[in-house]
Every structure is written in structure tokens, then in C-alpha cells.
Ligand binder design. Structure first.
Ligand code: FE2
Length: 245
């Protein structure tokens, strides 16, 4: 089984209003199938539940090399078991768009996730917003999503990290992406061999982009080639100190 590494980040966003501390858990690029089996998902979900986050954030690509239909009921059962007081939020990945355009939204909905499709929502009245854009390879992501939004904190979900360069300056506080798998295979001396389209400028980790801070999760599963080497799968736990109203 691919090892899963839990990354923990503490990020502070000072503001004039009272501050809130929230814990957010990001997971990405499950690609359920040969490279990430139902058993591996069960283990990842077990680890996620131990964190007891305030919200779960999924940054796309649930679909793997085999049809999602084969795993749908098990995936729903697992993801539905995740509970968080501030909700469960998700965006499309490019594989979801091209391989499961009808089933993916149904699986997310039945798992209790809100699929953000160039839309946003408030975490509480007058409080932070969480928004998500459509996939950038098969759809039209709207990186102007928060343009006229007044909010003490703006959290943005997108699948392909390099799209963040099309967001206006200071247009969000924190953006979370996946898609790259951190390169999936990293060889000694040579390093990362292949990075996907729209995933080459920001391969993994924390960045200061023009629009705001960006974090790129390495994902859990694999695509194209069912092997990870030198790049463990990732669950990311964010301890956020943010303005609350
Ligand atoms: Fe992807």
C-alpha cells in the first residue's frame, strides 16, 4: 500500500476582527482503482477521522483508471462517514470531468460533500467564505470568483495549481490545489520526472502566489501509472488562525 504522510501547517492571517481558530483537512487525487484500492481509502478515511477537523476539503480527482461506478457505493459509504461541523467541500478534477461526468457529482452529493462549481458559500453568517472553481482542462474556471465578495477570509479550492496565476492580485487568502501528485515518482539525483499540464509551476507545498497563499497537496492515489516512488501520499491538516467576521 502507498504510504500516507500527514502534513501539518499552522497559518495565521491577521485581521481587525476577532480571530477564530479552525482546523481544516485537505485530501486530493484519490484516483480510486489499481493505484489506490478501497482498502487504502478505508485506511485514509480512518486517519482523517482521527483528526476531527472543522471542515473537510477535497481538491478533485476521485476517479481512477477504472470506472468510478465499480467503487461508487463503497466510496460513498467511506466519505459519508466523515463528519465536520463546518461542512465538507469539493471541486472537480480533470479525471472526474472526462471519465465520470455524471457519476462524480452524484457520489459527492451522496457522500455529503458540497461540490463548488465556480461558486462559494459562507462558513457562518458574515464570516469566511469557501469557494471553488471548475476544472481548468475540461471546463471554464472562474478565478474572479471572489471579485465582489466582502469576507474576513477567503478560502479557494481549485484542482490545477498553475491556474492560480490567472487570479487577480490579493484576490484570496488561501488557495488549496492538488493535481500534481507531487510528481508521483521522484528518483535520486534526477528528482521529479514528470509533472502534468497546469501542475509544473507549483508542484507541491506552500507558495506565495500573486493572488494569495497557495498550498499544493501531493494527493493519495496515482494516475496513468499505478506507482508512487519517493513521493508519499498526503493528508494535510491546516491549523488556521483567521479573522472571523
Ligand atoms: Fe488531476
Amino acid at each position: 500500500m502507498n504510504p500516507i504522510q500527514k502534513e501539518t501547517l499552522s497559518l495565521s492571517f491577521p485581521g481587525k476582527t476577532p480571530l477564530s481558530h479552525i482546523v481544516a483537512l485537505q485530501f486530493s487525487d484519490v484516483h480510486i482503482g489499481p493505484g489506490f484500492s478501497p482498502h487504502a481509502l478505508e485506511e485514509a478515511v480512518r486517519q482523517m477521522r482521527q483528526v476531527h477537523p472543522d471542515l473537510y476539503l477535497f481538491t478533485g480527482d476521485l476517479t481512477g483508471l477504472r470506472p468510478l461506478a465499480r467503487y461508487a457505493s463503497f466510496v460513498i459509504e467511506q466519505l459519508h462517514s466523515l463528519q465536520a461541523p463546518l461542512g465538507k467541500w469539493a471541486v472537480w478534477g480533470n479525471h472526474d470531468c472526462c471519465d465520470s461526468p455524471e457519476l462524480f457529482p452524484e457520489v459527492m452529493r451522496r457522500s455529503g460533500f458540497v461540490l463548488l462549481e465556480n461558486t462559494y458559500a459562507r462558513l457562518w453568517p458574515g464570516g469566511p467564505v469557501v469557494g471553488g472553481v471548475k476544472d481548468g482542462i475540461h471546463s471554464e474556471p472562474n478565478l474572479l470568483l471572489f471579485q465582489n465578495v466582502q469576507a474576513p477570509f477567503r478560502l479557494l479550492l481549485l484542482h490545477e495549481p498553475d491556474l492560480i496565476d490567472t487570479a487577480p492580485a490579493n484576490s484570496f487568502d488561501l488557495a488549496l490545489a492538488g493535481h500534481t501528485h507531487g510528481g508521483q515518482i521522484s528518483l535520486p539525483v534526477i528528482g521529479t520526472v514528470v509533472l502534468p499540464r497546469y501542475g509544473r509551476r507549483y508542484p507541491a507545498g506552500l507558495y506565495n502566489a500573486a493572488g494569495g497563499k497557495l498550498y499544493v497537496n501531493r494527493g493519495l492515489g496515482t494516475s496513468d501509472f499505478p506507482l508512487r516512488l519517493g513521493v508519499p501520499g498526503e493528508l494535510t491538516v491546516f491549523h488556521l488562525c483567521i479573522p472571523s467576521a
